[in-house]
Design a protein around this ligand. Structure first.
Ligand code: XBP
Ligand code: MG
Length: 260
């Protein structure tokens, strides 16, 4: 019998952060924004539902501007808002990283196992996120330890690129820094904007939505599963075919990557 094994050209795994590595929005970023608003004398308070709508815009500074222009009655927009936003955002970042230091936000199921397996198998790792670099550092340090910062060859984040997701900039940047072609990588995302960004950058994408993103559409994704899972914590397939796999490991990633 002749077997025909397709050689995978997969070289690197590129991870989104918020929603993908950890469910950071409702009990992390949102709380930090609200705490920062108080210190600036703003009566803004983003409840869970409102914040879900605000997530249509990626990036915390951009999200504040979106709220002010689209959610507040005109007369209530602070006159010096454009000057205030970077200041509020800086304070918000410090509240958020303080919160992460308490261990309040764990990694999602399967993330740590998959990162370790990928490293053992020699895959190159990168991050592509709209969040602020300090937030990535804080999440990695407080969940995986300081040494994990060195696991990622590139941490592409926040304002390092001109346009945030759904633009492709952050993925283009990561690919350029690694000198890799999109087809040599696979991306991990949780949201519609993230999936659009990675897919339009030409990268096959695995989507693991969270509460806020579960009703998004994920056109073009390689597969959509409710979480990465563990041997004793199977995922549910939301879109696509897992071909018998029950948790996301390197063998499943290679299968998805080599699929037409
Ligand atoms: C995540 C974001 C981030 C965070 C806030 O999107 O939009 O902006 O909500 O982070 P994605 P900052 O997971 O698609 O990258 O406040 O630091 O911008
Ligand atoms: Mg995300």
């Amino acid at each position: 019998m002749v077997t025909c094994a397709m050689k995978s050209t997969l070289k690197a795994l590129i991870f989104d952060v918020d929603g993908t590595l950890a469910d950071t929005e409702a009990d992390g970023h949102r709380l930090a924004f609200n705490k920062a608003f108080v210190g600036f004398g703003l009566d803004w308070n983003w409840d869970v539902e409102t914040y879900g709508k605000l997530l249509a815009v990626t990036g915390g500074k951009e999200r504040m501007k979106f709220y002010a222009t689209d959610f507040l009655p005109n007369k209530k927009i602070p006159t010096d808002l454009d000057n205030m936003i970077p200041k509020i955002h800086k304070v918000k970042t410090s509240y958020y990283t303080d919160l992460l230091a308490t261990g309040a936000i764990p990694l999602r199921s399967g993330v740590k196992r998959l990162l370790n397996e990928a490293r053992e198998r020699g895959y190159r790792l990168a991050i592509a996120t709209t969040t602020t670099p300090d937030n990535v550092t804080a999440l990695l340090m407080n969940t995986l330890g300081k040494e994990s910062l060195d696991w990622f060859e590139v941490i592409a984040a926040g304002d390092m690129v001109p346009h945030k997701k759904p633009a492709t900039d952050v993925y283009d940047y990561a690919l350029e820094k690694m000198a890799l072609k999109p087809e040599e990588c696979i991306a991990f995302e949780d949201s519609q904007n993230g999936n659009i960004s990675s897919i339009n950058a030409g990268i096959k994408t695995i989507v693991t939505p969270v509460y806020y993103t579960k009703d998004h559409s994920f056109d073009g994704a390689g597969i959509v599963i409710d979480h990465m899972g563990e041997p004793d914590d199977a995922f549910s397939v939301l879109e696509g075919d897992a071909e018998g796999f029950t948790f996301l490991n390197c063998a499943m990633i290679e299968m998805l990557h080599s699929r037409e």
